[in-house]
Design a protein around this ligand. Sequence first.
Ligand SMILES: [Mg+2]
Length: 227
Amino acid sequence: MSKALFLDRDGTLIIDKVYLADPAGVELIPGTIEALRQVRNLGYKLFLFTNQSGIGRGYHTIEDTYRVNARMEELIGLAAPLFDAVCIAPETSEQPQVYRKPSPRFILEMRARHALDPAHCWMVGDSAADIGAGLAGRINVAAVRTGKQDPSSLPEVAAKSRASVRHLRRLRRHPGLKSFPCPSWPRLISSAAAGTKPPSDKGSSPSIPTTGKNCSATCPWRNSAAP
Ligand SMILES: [Mg+2]
């Protein structure tokens, strides 16, 4: 089975500029290139998983997001394709939720499609939605401090879900959870590979949201950042 990172974009790989539509505004967070190079060398598949409600709000188009993602990949400069698949969730929090984090739908679909080992998969992000998606997708979670908020309290948000509590207890013991800036990705991944047990798949199955009729989504996910 394969191992993988599910990577949030804004605040994790690039500086969060809120509804970024202009490729000229893309700025990598320091350490991103080296971290991605190292985790690729460790054999991790990479998946980009980004909420882009600016599309649903009409602030910009999904084509703008493709261009921003393409610029990001250009700046990263690693061999293409960088991502095995890309999920751009265009819906707003007020619209029916399909792929929008904390929905785990993309994670669950990729787990099945790519035969991923949940013990060696991580959701990496800077928000409660990222953590919620990782927990609901029953993979490991890492909160980065490179976004707009201090994520150290975010597991408490996810703990509101009873199903998450046992997993969270284990996560709290993980020394990397609360301090996971980009340059330390490979270290955390290496230590996690040595000591992390698979998230339990016992009990009720993770629920997959039904498709909302108002969700745009010409592109729930695709195989590269730019079509
Ligand atoms: Mg983010």
